[in-house]
Design a protein around this ligand. Structure first.
Ligand SMILES: [Zn+2]
Length: 430
């Protein structure tokens, strides 16, 4: 069954409003889904693969048909530009990516690209003309599924110095990144030329599927992202004394796993004391010597800590370290820790968030705000220019999986909220 056949039966044609066409969007989602279709009905379009290139080419054809000036930059990012009446003004940029994880879904990234284009179709149908220029972007290689480096295209646009790192990486077949990009007609040495003058980008807007359960649990089709979570990763080791499980009395033990389990419990209770949006996860635990008849002498574990703002995130890191040290000391055990990764939180521009809320309320929708726990191209651009994101409800919260699904009704509502919001942005000549 094609994606189109899955989307259309439940579609409410009463949502074909303001130039939006459910048929057109279903056709396009379905056509992209056919490129790199896996035997499990998922999508396989790794960054800089022929499949990603083919999908970009197809969207570029649609952008040309919509009257946009299309170009590809040195990092393979594709742009479709709609001139503004005041075309010298800085541009409103909107889009996402079209690459996928190896057996991914049909909405991650693609929906954001197609809704950026649907906005142009809707403006054309209703005779709306922007004051500012408007550009659609398809960023290259967001997922980082082959070379373990994500957001490559958006980072190139933002001027990140990528060529050194990318010059050293290769995929699981030993193919270098440089040779992979040559196969799609690009040269890694040219990547720095993709850098844009960021003062000429007034705002970046991205629509993305939520990839979680929050909107579904709230019964809402679309949410406003109020920030992209920052991340701190810790590597913690609790050191006690290994011993014989039969001959070491309980009161003489220095059991690292018992202390670690108390620390894990404390970590699960701390985020709620800091903020509503903070989360902390212990996902990896290495017990030494890891024998069924040995008292654990050492436990090493990971802590993944996220929040939508940097100040509470740092406070949570401090509280977790203090709690761990306190529990270890009370048990007479040693504790060491190091911070292995830091990614600052990216805020959403408050003025943009207000305009997003107005667009939602104009459609009688709740202006529901939520953080993004995952990184996106908007995280890269948002470090430099005002950024806004909409999330679209994901069925059962499933993503990076062939079962990933968002209903066409939800996509239609997102398209209408997006086009209203963008119309405000491209009308503002300040
Ligand atoms: Zn994505």
């Amino acid at each position: 069954m094609s994606l189109r056949e899955k989307l259309l039966p439940d579609y409410d044609r009463g949502l074909d409003l303001e130039g939006f066409s459910g048929d057109r969007l279903a056709d396009r989602l379905s056509a992209i889904a056919e490129i790199g279709l896996t035997t499990e009905a998922g999508s396989c379009r790794p960054g800089y693969s022929q499949a990603e290139r083919q999908a970009k080419d197809l969207v570029c054809d649609w952008m040309r048909e919509a009257g946009l000036a299309v170009r590809r930059d040195a990092a393979g990012n594709c742009f479709g530009r709609l001139a503004g009446r005041n075309d010298h003004l800085s541009v409103i940029l909107c889009g996402s990516h079209i690459d996928t994880v190896p057996n991914g879904g049909h909405f991650d990234g693609v929906l954001g690209v197609l809704l950026a284009l649907e906005t142009v179709e809707m403006w054309k149908a209703t005779g709306f003309e922007p004051e500012r220029p408007y550009e659609i972007v398809i960023f290259s290689e967001e997922e980082g599924s082959s070379f373990n480096v994500g957001c490559v295209g958006s980072s190139a646009v933002a001027g990140a110095p990528l060529t050194g790192q990318l010059g050293r990486v290769s995929d699981h077949e030993g193919r270098s990144f440089a040779s992979a990009v040559e196969e799609v007609g690009l040269s890694l040495a040219d990547f720095p030329a993709a850098r844009r003058d960021l003062s000429q980008i007034a705002a970046f807007v991205e629509v993305h599927i939520e990839q979680g359960l929050v909107l579904e649990r709230h019964g809402l089709p679309v949410g406003i992202v109020n920030g992209i979570c920052g991340l701190a990763a810790l590597d913690v080791t609790v050191t006690g004394q290994a011993g014989h499980a039969g001959t070491t009395p309980m009161n003489y033990r220095r059991d690292a796993l018992v202390a670690a389990s108390r620390i894990v419990t404390a970590i699960s209770e701390l985020p709620g004391q800091i903020s509503e949006t903070a989360v902390a996860t212990v996902g990896q635990l290495k017990v030494s010597p890891n024998g069924s008849n040995v008292v654990p002498g050492k436990v090493r574990f990971s802590v993944d800590i996220r929040d939508v703002a940097n100040e509470p995130l740092e406070r949570l890191v401090t509280r977790i370290v203090e709690a761990a040290a306190g529990i270890a000391a009370a048990s007479g055990l040693g504790l060491s820790w190091s911070r292995t990764f830091s990614q600052p939180a990216i805020a959403v521009d408050p003025r943009l968030k207000t305009l997003q809320a107005e667009a939602m309320r104009a459609l009688n929708l709740a202006a529901f705000e939520m953080p993004s726990g995952a990184g996106h191209d908007a995280m890269i651009l948002g470090a430099h220019v005002p950024m806004a994101m909409f999330f679209v409800r994901s069925k059962d919260g499933i993503s990076h999986n062939p079962l990933e699904f968002s209903s066409l009704n939800d996509c239609a509502i997102a398209a209408r909220a997006l086009s209203r919001f963008l119309a405000r942005l491209v009308s503002n000549t300040d």
